[in-house]
Design a protein around this ligand. Structure first.
Ligand SMILES: [Zn+2]
Length: 354
């Protein structure tokens, strides 16, 4: 057993993209087994989802946005969703994930439930069949075994470490689709169609704990900072905090800054002004509230589809923001204490089929 607790974030349904403080829970292993121990019969498959991990919901969190469409379905704006107190709310975004609590495997085909149970024996995990398990498709064919497995880590995994190791997860569980390791992907809690309760299955095992440090570092981080940018960084070394991007200084350094117009609003030259009628440089603003993701807006119709971020990424390369971001020290892995210190790491290869 472990006395560690697990941080889970819940969402109302698949359209819910807001990380709410009231959706964040902390469970013991025993509580998790109890929570996932029973399927809820529901007609609507789109029920509550969970993410096994923790999110940044503070002032540096990237806000959840809603797209606004005009005539003809044309996207006219994407604005932050505000709560009753007119505050921005953190988005269900990979950039806001802080720690990952374990691996969630989502098996839709090709992995027999009975085999999975045998192969996972001895590894601490909990599993349950998903909504479509053994249901029939339109032609009357069975969809076969469909299930989900949560394999907790012995200690929470910092998000940067997870990104480096998730390739190893897909190699450890080859019957699982790679998308199961995507950050900020939600998974439905146990549910089944009404009347199918007898087909639903849950199980768990408490044995060895999967230690994320046993997973090899394979893949590259999602955002690769070019070496020359790293060397020139004026604000020290360590993890780049992308959300701290100083857009005002960046625009000033590029000669695109005009003046502060009010509060956090700044008049700037549109980077795309060569396409404005008469090539006028007026009519663009930058909204840069400290601790919030900055917003660029150009009023010229030519720029209706202009993407400020993609523009500079294409112009300067993927690490273009790094010099204008604050940095924080990396989490020191050596200070984290594993729950199963001294034990052999779990491997599927030493499990035999019956
Ligand atoms: Zn413009």
């Amino acid at each position: 057993m472990t006395d560690r607790t697990f941080r889970f974030q819940f969402f109302q349904d698949r359209h819910d993209n807001i990380v709410r403080d009231e959706g964040a829970y902390c469970f013991t292993w025993a509580e998790l087994i109890e929570l996932f121990g029973k399927h809820q019969p529901t007609v609507n498959k789109d029920t509550a989802l969970f993410i096994a991990g923790s999110f940044d919901t503070g002032s540096t969190a990237i806000p959840a946005t809603r797209k606004h469409y005009g005539a003809g379905g044309k996207l006219v704006a994407e604005a932050p969703i505000l709560d009753a107190g007119m505050r921005r709310q953190a988005g269900r975004l990979a950039a806001n994930v802080r720690t990952v609590e374990g691996v969630v495997l989502d098996s839709d085909q090709g992995w027999c439930l009975a085999d999975a149970k045998v192969e996972l024996q001895g590894l601490t995990h909990l599993g349950y069949t998903s909504y479509s398990h053994q249901q029939q498709d339109e032609s009357g064919q069975s969809k076969g075994d469909r299930f989900r497995v949560f394999i907790p880590f012995s200690t929470p995994c910092p998000v940067d470490e997870w990104v480096l190791r998730r390739q190893a997860v897909t190699e450890l569980f080859p019957k699982i689709d790679h998308s199961t390791t995507a950050l900020a992907r939600g998974f439905y809690i146990p549910s089944c169609p009404p009347g199918s309760e007898a087909l639903a299955d849950v199980w768990s095992d408490t044995g060895d704990w999967l230690d994320w440090r046993d997973l090899d570092r394979r893949s590259e981080p999602a955002i690769v900072v070019p070496v020359d940018l790293k060397r020139l960084t004026p604000k020290g070394t360590g993890k780049v905090v992308w959300e701290s991007f100083d857009a005002v200084t960046f625009m000033r350094d590029r000669g695109l800054y005009i003046r502060q117009s009010s509060g956090f609003k700044h008049d700037v030259v549109c980077p795309n002004h060569a396409g404005h009628s008469g090539q006028v440089t007026a009519g663009s603003v930058l909204y840069a509230e400290p601790g919030h993701w900055p917003t660029f807006y150009c009023s010229h119709s030519h720029c209706a589809d202009f993407n400020f971020w993609e523009h500079f990424k294409a112009l300067l390369g993927p690490g273009w923001m790094a010099d204008y971001c604050l940095r924080e020290p990396e989490i020191d892995i050596a200070t984290l204490v594993p729950a199963n210190a001294g034990r052999q790491p779990f491997s599927l290869s030493n499990k035999k089929h019956v």
